[in-house]
Design a protein around this ligand. Structure first.
Ligand code: 3PG
Length: 401
């Protein structure tokens, strides 16, 4: 794999870089105290490239505007239906990337030119030529942001024609979108076949830190799992079952474990189809469940105070920690105590910690906690889980070729 960090060319005057970002971020997450990690992830590369005289064209998707997606993340709509969805106005302005031009411009102290022609379903050859000329004739160091690539069905389908049109806009490609590397989309696996391609600084960091936790975790090694679905974490649990000393469980997935132990979970969310899997794991003492819970209207919504203390004690002694998924329903500010207690304990500990998952990172972003050097925050949700489950991510594989 070629890395941007080992890029030797000093002068990139006039060269055009297609930079893949992951701005799949909800509006509410954009108003946090800290810069969102997925936005922060591309800033260094932009500064590096523009200082060398390159022009940068940022590519990203946001949300799922075209197709309803199945649990296994495959589109369940037909091609005809996808086009119909887009034409019928499912291309919601709420999923536009336009607000990001303003945010980036403020952070980079430079104008960021927003381009929406890629979002036109047709994205005709004449539109592509016009856009290419516009970028080519712009001064060195200019920055462009294209509209949500998923507004065009070619992105998710890795359509050859769409890929060629995108690739024709640039001279080389940099991937800073670790969080989207598990999706075989045009701008992830298609473009690297056509242009010289590099892993960006943040992608390199993700690979380095997540690989470290897989290859050489110091003991005691604990894995903290929350969020809604056991099904999403099966791969990670299996990959670390022998290596980890303890699995601390919270969030909706704790409900499934509690139900598997025969306890009543009232109206709480849990997965019936994962009861058998949880029962098998419960035979081992490395699964640690909450001893008290925050319950409201018959629903379990957070871990309780005793559990927070228990978990903090275990975290204190750990040398390696993985945390994915919140301990409670953190969308509600009053139900963040469990997750905040876990976060506080990790930041206080001396362990090497890897934190990830969309909700977990947005908690960090919304809070006033100061990150420590021993903690790595992954920008990945599904991508982090797949990487830690030992799977090969298509976006990383594409850069290896
Ligand atoms: C993410 O936010 O995890 C990625 O951008 C993937 O998004 P998707 O699940 O809609 O493909």
């Amino acid at each position: 794999m070629k890395y941007l960090s080992s890029f030797k060319t000093k002068n990139l005057s006039g060269k055009i870089c297609l930079l893949r970002a992951d701005f799949n971020i909800e509006n509410a997450e954009l108003s946090g105290k800290n810069i969102h990690p997925r936005i922060a992830a591309i800033l260094l590369a932009i500064e590096f490239l523009t200082k060398k005289g390159a022009k940068v064209v940022i590519l990203s998707h946001r949300g799922r505007p075209a197709a309803r997606i199945n649990v296994d993340k495959t589109p369940i709509d037909t091609d005809k239906k996808i086009s119909e969805n887009l034409r019928n106005g499912l291309r919601k302005s709420a999923l536009s990337l336009k607000p990001f031009a303003k945010i980036l411009s403020k952070l980079l102290k430079k104008p960021v030119d927003f381009i929406d022609s890629v979002a036109k379903l047709e994205f005709t050859t004449s539109q592509v030529v016009k856009l290419r000329n516009k970028i080519k004739s712009a001064p060195c160091g200019n920055i462009f942001l294209l509209e949500n690539l998923r507004f065009n069905p070619g992105e998710d389908k890795n359509d050859v024609k769409f890929t060629k049109k995108l690739a024709s806009l640039g001279d080389f490609y940099v991937n800073e979108a670790f969080a989207f590397c598990h999706r075989p989309a045009a701008s992830i696996i298609g473009i690297p076949k056509l242009l010289p391609s590099f892993a960006g600084f943040s992608l390199e960091n993700e690979i380095k830190n997540l690989s470290k936790v897989i290859a050489s975790p110091k003991k005691p090694f604990i894995v903290i799992l929350g969020g809604v679905k056991v099904a999403d974490k099966v791969g990670l649990i299996e990959n670390f079952w022998d290596k980890a000393d303890k699995f601390l469980i919270g969030g909706g997935i704790a409900n499934t474990f509690l139900a598997a132990r025969g306890e009543k979970v009232g109206n709480s969310v849990y997965e019936k189809e994962k009861i058998a899997f949880c029962k098998k794991l419960l035979k081992f003492s490395k699964i640690i469940l909450p001893v008290d819970l925050m319950v409201k209207n018959g629903r379990i919504l957070d871990i309780g105070v005793k559990t927070q203390k228990n978990y903090a004690e275990i975290i204190k002694k750990a040398k390696t920690i993985i945390w994915n998924g919140p301990m409670g329903y953190i969308e509600d500010k009053g139900l963040r105590k469990g997750s905040e207690a876990v976060l506080r304990a990790i930041l206080k500990s001396k362990a090497f910690g890897v934190i990830g998952g969309g909700e977990t990172t947005s908690l960090l972003q919304a809070s006033s906690f100061k990150l420590q050097a021993n903690v790595f925050v992954s920008t990945g949700g599904g991508a982090m889980l797949e990487f830690l489950a030992g799977k090969k991510l298509p976006g990383i594989e594409a850069l290896n070729k």
